[in-house]
Design a protein around this ligand. Structure first.
Ligand SMILES: [Zn+2]
Length: 121
């Protein structure tokens, strides 16, 4: 069984957040918004082993809720806004935040799997 000591977990996860290959940090991890490349175009590391399922979606949802809910208190205490505009604004902000975070969280998960040699990595 190969050792996991030669792969730095922290570096791999940070590279995943930046959407680059966990092995070399140069090639792109995704072919589209969330589609993982078969292999890194810089170093050839196979990336198709990634199996993250719904983990990134749940984690992203938790992060978005942790940011948006306190914002309601800030907005209502600082201003006296119309509830409809607050609801529309928060929905737009939450959607944009989720769209920005989701690929980064997925990259983080893939970096972790690569560093721990999970699923054939
Ligand atoms: Zn690479």
């Amino acid at each position: 069984m190969p050792s996991t000591d030669d792969r730095d977990t922290r570096t791999a996860m940070i590279r995943g957040i930046w959407l680059v290959c966990p092995a070399c940090g140069q090639g792109r991890m995704f072919a589209g918004y969330l589609k993982v490349r078969t292999e890194c175009d810089a170093c050839g590391q196979e990336l198709h082993h990634a199996r993250v399922d719904d983990g990134p979606a749940y984690f992203t949802l938790s992060l978005v809720v942790a940011v948006v809910f306190p914002l309601f208190a800030v907005v209502y205490s600082a201003f006296d806004p119309e509830p409809l505009w607050v609801a529309l604004g928060m929905m737009a902000f939450a959607t944009a935040l989720a769209l920005v975070l989701l690929p980064r969280v997925k990259g983080l998960f893939i970096g972790l799997q690569w560093a721990k040699r999970l699923h054939g990595f």
